[in-house]
Design a binder for this molecule. Structure first.
Ligand SMILES: [Zn+2]
Ligand SMILES: [Zn+2]
Length: 264
C-alpha cells in the first residue's frame, strides 16, 4: 500500500514522527508521499525524504499560498524538483471554498500560479498532483490549455470531489483519481453535489489511488482526531467493500497505479 498524499511535513507530526512511521510500516504501508503546500513545507518534505527510506516528496504551491509568494519562487520550486526522491509538482490547483482559516484567494491569481506550475511540470517532465475544491470546471479548463504538452499519464487528482462531468473529463485527460478517509463519512460535503461513493463507483479500478491527506480527513472511527498514514488501510478496506473486490486486490491495484503515475 502506498499513501500517495499526506503531510508528515506539517507541525502536527513534529513530536512523534518516528512512531507514526512505525505504525504505518506495521500496517503494511510501504511508501508514503509527503506533499508541500508552500516553499517552506515543500523543503521540509524533501528533507524528510532524504532522511527516511520509505518517504518521498512532492513539491509545489497550494492555491491558498498563491497570494503569499515572493519573487523568484518559480526557480526555487524548480530546484526542489531536481532533488532525489521528489516525484511530482503538487499540490497545485484551484480552491474556491471559503475556509474559516483561509478566505478565497483571488481566482485570477490562483490560476496564474497554477498554470505557471503546470508549465514548470512540462519543462521538468514530472507529473502533477492536483488539488481542486469547488473549482472543477476551471481546473479542467486550465489543464486543457496544456493538454498536448502534458505527459502520457499527466498525474493525479488528490482527494477527489466534483461532479460526474468533471470526473469524466479528468479521466479522459488521463489523470488518476485519489480518495481519502472522507469517503467513509455519511452524506454530501458542504458545497458538493454528489456523494463521494458515487464518484468512486465511476472511477475505474485501474485509475484509482488511495491517500490520507494526514493530518486531515481521518476515516471513521477516527474522524475528528489527527489522521496518519497507517489509517490509509481503513480507507482502502472501505473502498474494497464499495467496489466489491477484496482488500488485497485494492492493495495490489492501487500500488501498481501509484507506480504508474510516479514511476515508483
Ligand atoms: Zn488538497
Ligand atoms: Zn493535502
Amino acid at each position: 500500500m502506498i499513501d500517495v498524499h499526506c503531510h508528515l511535513n506539517f507541525k502536527a507530526f513534529e513530536n512523534d514522527l518516528e512512531e507514526v512511521l512505525e505504525r504505518a510500516k506495521k500496517s503494511g504501508v510501504k511508501k508514503i508521499i509527503n506533499v508541500g503546500t508552500s516553499l517552506e513545507s515543500s523543503k521540509k518534505a524533501v528533507e524528510l525524504a532524504q532522511k527516511y527510506e520509505e518517504l518521498y516528496a512532492i513539491v509545489g504551491i497550494h492555491p491558498h499560498h498563491a497570494d503569499k509568494l515572493s519573487k523568484g519562487w518559480e526557480r526555487q520550486i524548480e530546484k526542489l524538483l531536481e532533488q532525489p526522491k521528489v516525484l511530482a509538482i503538487g499540490e497545485i490547483g484551484l480552491d474556491y471554498y471559503s475556509y474559516a482559516s483561509n478566505g478565497i484567494v483571488d481566482s485570477n491569481l490562483q490560476k496564474e500560479v497554477f498554470e505557471t506550475q503546470i508549465k514548470i511540470a512540462i519543462n521538468k517532465n514530472v507529473p502533477l498532483q492536483i488539488h481542486n475544491r469547488q473549482a472543477g470546471k476551471d481546473v479542467v479548463k486550465s489543464l486543457k490549455k496544456y493538454k498536448n504538452s502534458l505527459r502520457n499519464i499527466p498525474g493525479m487528482f488528490h482527494c477527489f470531489a466534483s461532479d460526474f462531468q468533471v470526473l469524466k473529463e479528468v479521466l479522459d485527460l488521463g489523470f488518476y483519481i485519489g480518495f481519502d478517509g472522507n469517503i467513509t463519512y455519511e452524506g454530501i460535503a458542504k458545497g458538493e453535489v454528489i456523494a463521494l461513493f458515487e464518484l468512486l463507483k465511476r472511477t475505474p479500478l485501474n485509475k484509482l489511488v488511495v491517500e490520507t491527506d494526514a493530518p486531515f480527513l481521518s476515516p471513521i472511527p477516527h474522524r475528528g482526531s489527527r489522521n496518519e498514514p497507517s489509517y490509509v488501510i481503513i480507507t482502502a478496506k472501505y473502498i474494497a467493500q464499495l467496489k466489491g473486490v477484496s482488500f488485497s486486490e485494492i492493495d495490489r491495484v492501487t500500488t501498481k497505479n501509484a507506480g504508474n503515475v510516479f514511476n515508483l
